[in-house]
Ligand binder design. Structure first.
Ligand code: SR1
Length: 345
């Protein structure tokens, strides 16, 4: 909008008493279009529920604000058809980039390609769209699973009967599953006696119901690998309800303030998790989108590394919130992924 037109529009709006949309300012020294502002970017999700996704979104919003990006958030509500539609809506809105956060690849590949064909940059977080033009953000899921499983071996030895929570088709869970398969091969004493899982609007409650049935049927289970915090919460509920604390140990992925509370509480069976700060990952995804919009290469794989957090360490450090964790673990405060001198952090 030209300066004169802005003045005229402002004058007309004041006379008519109507609110004008905020006119975003540009960032001095930034490449186009960020030097002028008014850059629209969409964040289209698949999973709307849960701490991880809320924190990811708030990190994305905070980074967008620093870049004067008009971020449009589309919650997918665990509905593949809705996620597709929302990608199309975002393209029609005239966004410059779309961050696609999770989803089922087969329902997204063609709409993602359509967005690219329309000149929109696409960044994928934790969904493998199999497209060399689409950079991928991830948390190094192989390392994450390895950190949690190595801790399980340190605490339980190389021989135990395990329950495993898994739902195929989600890129991070599939990558973590590759490591679980590798561990079972390497340590022949680790036996997976039951596998279960659900991803829906009430994942923890569904997993709790499944875990109750599994743990009743398999009293020999002493370790549960539950590599998603909603899975771990569900298993913990089941362990507590069945009075099995002290007999079963849970190893997970992800962390939130609520999770820390559950991990450090007295007699908690949730003894370790390997995690990033999802807000830091959300910020990296927006920076990657901004770099792509500015014509700068964010790289094809944008990785935020996880950290192992054990119950013992969290208790010893007296950490009770993500903010306290940020003060103690630098990787929880920020990441070097997809940064540039012109991008404020
Ligand atoms: C259903 S996929 C859930 C995972 O997505 C993110 O990568 C989080 O780490 C979570 O564990």
């Amino acid at each position: 909008m030209s300066f004169i037109f802005r003045r005229l529009a402002l004058g007309a709006a004041l006379v008519a008493g109507v609110a004008l949309p905020a006119l975003a300012a540009g960032i001095a020294g930034a490449p186009a279009p960020f030097d002028k502002g008014d850059v629209k970017i969409a964040l289209v999700g698949y999973i709307s529920a849960g701490d991880f996704f809320e924190a990811f979104q708030s990190g994305a919003q905070a980074q967008a604000k620093k870049l004067n990006i008009d971020l449009r958030v589309f919650p997918g509500k665990q509905d593949a058809a809705l996620e597709r539609e929302q990608i199309e809506q975002a393209v029609n809105l005239g966004v410059k980039a779309i961050v696609i956060d999770h989803g089922l690849p087969e329902s997204l590949k063609d709409v993602a390609q359509k967005a690219l064909d329309a000149g929109v940059k696409v960044i994928a977080f934790d969904v493998n769209l199999d497209n060399p033009k689409i950079p991928q953000v991830e948390q190094s899921d192989h390392l994450l699973a390895r950190l949690a499983l190595e801790q399980a071996i340190r605490e339980n030895g190389e021989k135990f009967k395990a329950g495993y929570v898994y739902v195929a088709g989600f890129a991070p869970l599939d990558r973590r599953d590759e490591v679980w398969t590798e561990f079972k091969k390497k340590y022949s004493g680790i036996e997976e006696v039951a596998r279960f899982g659900a991803v829906n609007a009430t994942t923890a409650a569904s997993v709790a119901d499944q875990a109750k049935a599994v743990l009743r049927a398999h009293p020999e289970i002493t370790v549960v690998f539950a590599p998603y915090d909603e899975f771990a919460r569900g298993v913990k509920l089941a362990v507590n309800e069945l009075g099995l604390t002290g007999k079963i140990k849970i190893y997970s992925a992800d962390v939130s303030t609520a999770d820390i509370g559950e991990i450090v509480e007295k007699d908690s069976p949730w003894v370790a998790t390997a995690a990033t700060n999802p807000a830091v990952v959300g910020a990296a995804a927006i920076r990657a989108a901004a770099l792509a919009v500015a014509g700068q290469d964010p790289g094809h794989n944008i990785v935020v590394e996880p950290t192992l957090l054990t119950q013992a360490d969290l208790r010893a450090a007296g950490v009770t919130t993500i903010d306290e964790l940020k003060a103690k673990v630098p990787a929880f405060a920020k990441s070097a992924a997809a940064t540039a001198p012109w991008i404020p952090e």
